[in-house]
Structures are given as C-alpha cells and as structure tokens.
Design a protein around this ligand. Structure first.
Ligand code: UDP
Length: 233
C-alpha cells in the first residue's frame, strides 16, 4: 500500500502537518479535574482525583504524592472489539504516562497522598498515548494541582522513507518507524521518548526536532483550552 503519493500523505496531509485537534477542559462534574481531547480520529477523556490520602496506607510515600495513572481502551474504541481489562500494552502506557506526569507535578507538596489520573480511550486511531498525556495534563491543571508545566506530546515517524508528523492509523501500522515524544514545553526537557522501528541518526534528529516543534503547538492549544474554561474566551 502506497502511503505517500505526489508529496502528500494518505489522508492528504503534508509531512509536517498535525491532524485536527480539539481540547476541552472541565467536562466532567464529579471529577476534581477533567479534559476531553479529539485528535484526528482519537477521542479521549481524562479525569483526575486528588490529591487525597493514599489507601491502603502501606502504599503511601512519606515524602511525596504517588501519581497513579490508568489508561483504558473502551471495548468499542477499536475495529475488533477490545477485550476488557488491562493488557500488557495498557499497563505499559499507564506506566509511561505516570512517569511523565510525575516529573511535572510538585508531588513533594503532598506527602502520603495519591493523585489518580484515569484516561479512557473512547475511539482509537493511532497516537492514543500522546492524546492521553495531552488530555491528562489539562485535567491536572483543571483540578488545580500545582505543576511545573504542562506535558505536551506528539508522535513522529517514518513512512515510505519520509519523516512525518503525527502518524495516522495506516501510517502507524504500515510505516517504518513510530516515535512518540512528550516534553515539558517551557524547558524543552524530554519526558517521554519511545521508538518502534529503525531510523538513521540523521533521521532520528530530524524526527525529534519535528516532534518537539509540534509539542509547542499542542502546548498553545492546552493553554487556550484552560483559558477558555476559566475566562469563557
Ligand atoms: N490498536 C488496536 N487494538 C489494540 C491496540 C491498539 O486497534 O488492542 C490500534 C489503535 O488505533 C492504536 C494504534 O493501534 O491507536 C496504535 O497503537 P500503539 O500501540 O502504537 O499506541 P498509540 O499509537 O495509540 O499510542
């Protein structure tokens, strides 16, 4: 299957073009903070509770809060019905999201507490871990949890020999490499970098730069979503 034709990608995008993204903060009444993100064909809800006392007590850390994340795909989120419950992939994504968020939250301000982040993928179309991280950090900010910064994320990859931004489903499945990246935008510090596939050093550097620039665009959208909730603009 040809993924690039006449300099355009299978969905008509140019190599450095993001899919359409919509971010909304504060969509759930019962959670302390929440966000809904549509990113291309991905639809993700994130909900945050806490900080609250960690239970049972033996899981408490006397020096900082635990950031506990759960990534879950709804049964109807993918084309073949997804078997319910955690599988290896969702355990991995929960872990990497939790590690990235732990770096930006001032966890030392909340000893013995837990901050729980639930991410529900309602519809998946490649790039759900980046969509979830983006949603989760807006939900944390919406919950008023003190943070150094947002986490902004985006995947880059290699398709038909070209480095392209924000892989779609066919590109993710059939492409040569997939590289999700998350950063702390103010400092440019990398909080997540995974790679599936092969890239030369030159391609890798090009991909990281492309991905980081895209994260800065996502960052602007995250700030706008929060501003919209709190000022109505
Ligand atoms: N996917 C699927 N069934 C699964 C897991 C994943 O159809 O059980 C699809 C889904 O669209 C997902 C894509 O494969 O977005 C790519 O998955 P990957 O593991 O690369 O993570 P992601 O790109 O979503 O962060």
């Amino acid at each position: 299957m040809e993924l690039i034709k006449d300099g355009k990608r299978i969905d008509g995008r140019s190599f450095d073009e993001l899919r359409p993204i919509k971010i909304e903060a504060g969509v759930l009444k019962r959670a302390d903070g929440s966000a809904y993100v549509e990113w291309g064909g991905n639809k993700v809800l994130a909900a945050v509770y806490g900080p609250r006392e960690a239970q049972p007590r033996h899981i408490q850390n006397p020096t900082k809060a635990i950031v506990s994340c759960r990534y879950n795909m709804a049964a109807f989120s993918v084309s073949d019905r997804k078997r319910q419950g955690p599988d290896r992939r969702s355990v991995e994504i929960s872990k990497i999201v939790s590690e990235a968020l732990d770096r930006v939250i001032f966890t030392e301000q909340f000893p013995r507490a837990t901050i729980d982040v639930y991410m529900e993928v309602l519809q998946a179309d490649a790039g759900t871990r980046c969509t979830c991280l983006t949603a989760a950090s807006v939900a944390l900010a919406d919950a008023g949890i003190p943070m150094r910064d947002f986490v902004s994320a985006c995947a880059v990859g290699k398709v038909d020999g070209q480095i392209v931004l924000d892989l779609g489903k066919e590109e993710d499945n059939l492409g040569e490499a997939d590289l999700p990246i998350a950063i702390m935008p103010r400092t440019g510090e990398i909080l997540l970098l995974q790679m599936d596939g092969h890239l030369t050093m030159e391609e890798f550097n090009k991909a990281v730069t492309l991905g980081m620039n895209a994260c800065m665009k996502i960052y602007e959208m995250q700030k706008e979503a929060l501003m919209k909730k709190y000022t109505g603009d």
